[in-house]
Design a protein around this ligand. Structure first.
Ligand SMILES: [Zn+2]
Length: 181
C-alpha cells in the first residue's frame, strides 16, 4: 500500500475545517507553517542530503499544486482568466502576491514573482534560494492546467537578498517538442 503511487493518487483531503475548528477557524500563524516546513526540510536534508531533499520538496509542491489547481482553479478557462484566478486565489488564501513579469505565449515561458510569500519573506539572507516547494507548486499548477510538464527555477529569493521570489518557468524539452509538432 505504501508506495509512491498510493500517495500520489490519494492525497488526503484537508478536511472540514469549519466543523473541526469552530472556535479557531481557518487561519493560523505563518510562524507555525514555517516551523513545520523548515523542520521537515532540515530532517530531509540531514537524512537524504540536499539534492534528494530538494527533489522531495519539489515533488511535494508539485503534488500540492496539482491538487490545488484541480480544486480551486478554472481548468477550462483561457490563460489570462486562469492566471487572474490564480492571483486572486493566492491573495484570498493569504499565500502570496503573484505578478507575471514576462510571458511568451508561443513558447509557454513565464517569468513571475511572488511577494509576501509563506516560505521565505523576511528570512535571513543566506545567498541561496529556498523556495523549492513553491517551484514544485507552480510546476504542478501549470502542468495540471496545460497538461504539460514544466521546469520551474527560482532565480531570486528573499534569502538571496531580493524582496520577492522570482521564478523562471518553461516546458520540459520533450513536452515543448510535442507542443510544436
Ligand atoms: Zn523565495
Amino acid at each position: 500500500m505504501h508506495n509512491n503511487n498510493y500517495y500520489q493518487h490519494n492525497l488526503p483531503d484537508v478536511g472540514d475545517i469549519e466543523t473541526g475548528r469552530p472556535n479557531l477557524g481557518n487561519m493560523t500563524s505563518v510562524a507555525v507553517y514555517r516551523l513545520a516546513q523548515y523542520a521537515m526540510r532540515t530532517v530531509l536534508i540531514n537524512t537524504l542530503g540536499r539534492g534528494e531533499a530538494d527533489k522531495c520538496f519539489f515533488n511535494a509542491g508539485k503534488l500540492a499544486g496539482t491538487e490545488f489547481c484541480n480544486k480551486y482553479l478554472p481548468l477550462d478557462a483561457d490563460f489570462n482568466t486562469f492566471m487572474q484566478t490564480l492571483y486572486d486565489t493566492l491573495i484570498e488564501l493569504k499565500a502570496g502576491v503573484m505578478r507575471v513579469e514576462d510571458i511568451d505565449f508561443e513558447r509557454l515561458e513565464v517569468t513571475l514573482t511572488i511577494s509576501e510569500d509563506l516560505d521565505c519573506s523576511g528570512l535571513p539572507v543566506t545567498n541561496e534560494t529556498v523556495c523549492t516547494y513553491d517551484e514544485g507548486f507552480l510546476a504542478g499548477v501549470l502542468s495540471a492546467y496545460l497538461k504539460k510538464e514544466f521546469d520551474v527555477k527560482e532565480v531570486d529569493c528573499w534569502s538571496t537578498g531580493e524582496r520577492t521570489c522570482r521564478f523562471k518557468i518553461k516546458p520540459k524539452p520533450e513536452s515543448y517538442y510535442e507542443h510544436n509538432t
